[in-house]
Structure formats: C-alpha cells, structure tokens
Design a protein around this ligand. Structure first.
Ligand SMILES: [Zn+2]
Ligand SMILES: [Zn+2]
Length: 143
C-alpha cells in the first residue's frame, strides 16, 4: 500500500500523493491518513465501521438465508421420510396380510362394480321414465 496512485492526491493533504483508496468510499488517501484494518485500507474509522457493519449485515443475511434453506430442505426430507415410512408400513402390512388385503381389494372392487351397475340401472330407469312421461304428455297434448 505504499505504491502511489498515479495522479491522485490525498483528500486531506493535497500536497501528498495518495497511496491507496478507501475500501468504503474510494477516497484517495496518503500513507499518513490510510488506516489498515483486517487487510483493508480505509480513509477513516467511520468508513471502517461502515464496512464492518455492512459486512456483518451481509453475513447475517447470508446466515439467515442458509438457515431458511436448511429448514426448507429439512422439512422436505422429513416429508419424504414420513412418506417413505407410510409406503414402507403399507408394503409391510400388505406382505404380511397379502391374502387378506387381496380379498378386501376384491370385495371392494366387487362392491364398486355392483354400485356402478346399480347406479347405471337407476339412471337408465329414470331416463326411460322421463322419456315415457314426456311422450305421454306430448300424446295427451296432441289429443
Ligand atoms: Zn472512506
Ligand atoms: Zn493524508
């Protein structure tokens, strides 16, 4: 940081050549004015404090973002684990009670089939009734 910046003079000392620019406000400063903190050069304590505060804010935001990300991923993993557990339990139950489950499924599908047939018959009956009623009404209206 002792290398002069070409054509720039210290903002506090116009007769002195600037050796660095403030990392926060880019003001050129001479060797006497430059303050080195944490490997960065600043024109004043204020600029260093600002840099520290901004850095801390950025870190904080990053930390919070990472935390939120972690929480989201954690939730997804938990949901997947629950899902896997449910599937596992269902599969386990199925393999242990295969004949019973198959029987239940068969009965259920038979019930569904029966209900569907019943419903179809009811719809057909209603439609026929409505049609014949319509026919009767038309016939009586024509007479
Ligand atoms: Zn500065
Ligand atoms: Zn100076």
């Amino acid at each position: 940081m002792s290398k002069p910046i070409k054509g720039s003079v210290c903002l506090n000392h116009p007769n002195k050549e600037a050796v660095a620019r403030c990392a926060t406000c880019s003001k050129p400063v001479c060797g006497a004015c430059a303050q080195v903190h944490d490997g960065g050069t600043y024109c004043s304590q204020l600029c260093y404090d600002n840099a520290k505060r901004t850095g801390m804010m950025v870190e904080d935001v990053e930390r919070r973002k990472a935390k939120a990300n972690f929480r989201r991923q954690f939730r997804i993993i938990i949901n997947l684990l629950i899902l896997a557990a449910i599937i596992g339990a269902a599969y386990y139950f199925y393999t242990r009670n295969k004949s019973k489950v198959d029987q239940t499924l068969k009965e259920a599908s038979q019930t569904v089939q029966q209900k569907t047939t019943e419903a179809a018959e009811t719809i057909k009956k209603n439609t026929v009734e409505r049609e014949s009623k319509y026919k009767r009404e038309r016939e009586s209206a024509l007479q």
